[in-house]
Write a protein that binds this ligand. Structure first.
Ligand code: ADP
Ligand code: MG
Length: 491
């Protein structure tokens, strides 16, 4: 396939992301928001839309939404308005959804999508972020021949984040989604779990002749349940649109459902326009008014965001961009690394330990940095023991394994474990020399080949000496003594 920039047709993509806010209660009533509860157990007259029930907006949801708006650089409006979006659907008992339409919570803002380690960035403008409630869920596969409805999800607080059609490739979309998700996780605004539906992405896509200004007719893709699914669906749809145009046919404005198994899209319905929904301000809810003090307080309490933290790791700790990216991919991991780096001498050494054995152990335990049994202090202490030559790297890995296995990962334990398990490094030269001589005596054939020029056998001898020391020899010293003797052999 031709690279994107050489195609005669250019792609334009805009995203609508629905993000479930991590509140305890729903947006307009105090029912709990709890994924996986018994169907229809978390409902009340407000979210069921029973006559006479009155909605009251959840302050916690507003506060979380405002944090998200500010993190993406949007302007939060002092007044926004809840409207009714009217449509009929079995999982929408009220017959309308409460959403913000003409006057959204925030507008403007953007995300700089970082395409590579060199810092190539693609600016994506955010059109708006608004608050709305979720609908219930229709269940088609539980009762044969019948559809059931679970209304627990009705009224769950969401923000919808709408971008301008600024993406030019599915790859840009993928990276944007990763960045947005990471930011929301740092903010504690949402858990962004796509499988549980707390982050849903609809992608709008069109093509136009390269160099023209006017956008082509778009289709809207739904039903993707992973970021890679979004990327794949977009590729398939762009190909479909390109072949239509190549055949001289027009792209039809419609909503398409992504079928992950068949890797194809299929039409869902012809698209409704916003006037079909007969939006009007909800008479039960006063306009949402936010004081500038409230907005400023939210701004002041924003944490350092992942992109800023990544830059600080590169500049402040002098880490390679790759390390900085991995370490800031998750807030708890970044905190963990900083805990180690502050106590260990070198940030790069700390980074190597955290990105290597520590991340591997976290993956194995299926847990994050927050629940890792080895404290940053204990790891820094272990790194110190290696630097001081008390234990070699191999022994240190054993100590780390023990701390993970036994949960004894507090300060003071690394040196205790070195003692208990006899892992202290041996640097005594007569001891090391003994192992070297034994090794050379045991392998006369290899010594001869080494003498004949097979220099890569040096590694073999190193390995044998380390084995004889049961892993405890000081590798630097061994290398030195080994060299001296092999040189001697050569003469
Ligand atoms: P609709 O009225 O169909 O909802 P909107 O103009 O509200 O369309 O835009 C919805 C989303 O679709 C936005 O993310 C926007 O960036 C994107 N979008 C709009 N027009 C196009 C287009 N021609 N091609 C690609 N994306 C588009
Ligand atoms: Mg729209």
């Amino acid at each position: 396939m031709m690279p994107e920039q050489d195609q005669p047709m250019e792609t334009a993509i805009g995203l609508e992301i629905h993000i479930q806010l991590s509140t305890r209660e729903k947006l307009f009533c105090s029912d709990p928001v709890d994924f996986g509860a018994e169907p229809n157990s978390q409902v009340c007259p407000v979210c069921l839309g029973l006559p006479g029930a009155l909605p009251v907006v959840n302050r916690e949801a507003v506060a979380l939404a405002v944090r998200a708006c500010l993190a993406f650089g949007c302007t939060v409006h002092p007044v926004s308005v809840f409207a009714r979006k009217n449509y009929f659907y079995p999982d929408l008992p009220k017959g309308y959804q409460i959403s913000q339409f003409e006057r959204p919570l925030a507008t403007g803002g953007g995300v700089r999508v970082r395409m590579d380690e060199e810092g190539t960035e693609v600016p994506i403008r955010i059109r708006r972020i608004h608050l709305e409630e979720d609908a219930g869920k229709s269940i088609h596969d539980r009762f044969p021949g019948a559809t059931a409805v679970d209304l627990n999800r009705t009224g769950t607080p969401l923000v919808e984040m709408v971008s301008e059609p600024d993406f030019r490739s599915p790859a840009q979309v993928r990276i944007y989604l990763d960045q947005v998700k990471r930011t929301l996780e740092y903010l504690g605004v949402s858990d962004c779990n796509m499988e549980e539906g707390s982050l849903r992405v609809d992608a709008n896509v069109s093509i136009r002749p390269r160099g023209t200004l006017e956008l082509g007719t778009k289709t809207e893709l739904k039903n993707m349940n992973s970021f890679s699914g979004v990327e794949k669906a977009l590729r398939v749809e762009i190909d479909r649109q390109r072949s239509l145009v190549a055949r001289g046919e027009a792209v039809e404005h419609q909503t398409l459902l992504w079928d992950e198994r068949k890797a194809e899209v299929r039409p869902m319905r012809s698209k409704e326009e916003s006037h079909d929904y007969r939006y009007f301000p909800d008479p039960d809810l006063p306009p949402l008014k936010l004081t500038s003090a409230f907005i400023e307080r939210a701004r002041e309490t924003l944490p350092e965001l992942p992109e800023a933290r990544r830059t600080r790791f590169i500049e402040g700790y002098d880490l390679p961009p790759y390390d900085a990216g991995v370490l800031t991919s998750d807030r708890e991991l970044a905190d963990y690394f900083e805990g180690v780096a502050e106590r260990a001498g070198s940030a790069k050494v700390a980074s190597n330990w955290v990105m290597g054995p520590v991340l591997a152990a976290m993956k194995e335990a299926d847990g994050g940095a927050g629940s890792f049994p080895v404290s940053p202090g204990a790891l820094a202490e272990l790194i110190g023991l290696v630097e001081e030559g008390v234990v070699n790297r191999r022994g240190a890995h054993t100590v780390l394994d023990r701390m993970v296995q036994t949960g004894r990962g507090k300060e003071g334990h690394p040196s205790q474990i070195v003692q208990e398990e006899g892992l202290a490094q041996v640097s005594d030269s007569s001891q090391l020399e003994g192992w070297v001589l034994e090794t050379l005596a045991a392998h006369p054939e290899e010594v001869r080949r080494f003498r004949d020029g097979e220099s890569r056998l040096r590694g073999f001898f190193m390995g044998e000496v380390m084995k004889r020391s049961r892993g405890k020899a000081d590798p630097g010293e061994v290398a030195r003594i080994l060299s001296a003797h092999l040189q001697g052999e050569k003469e």
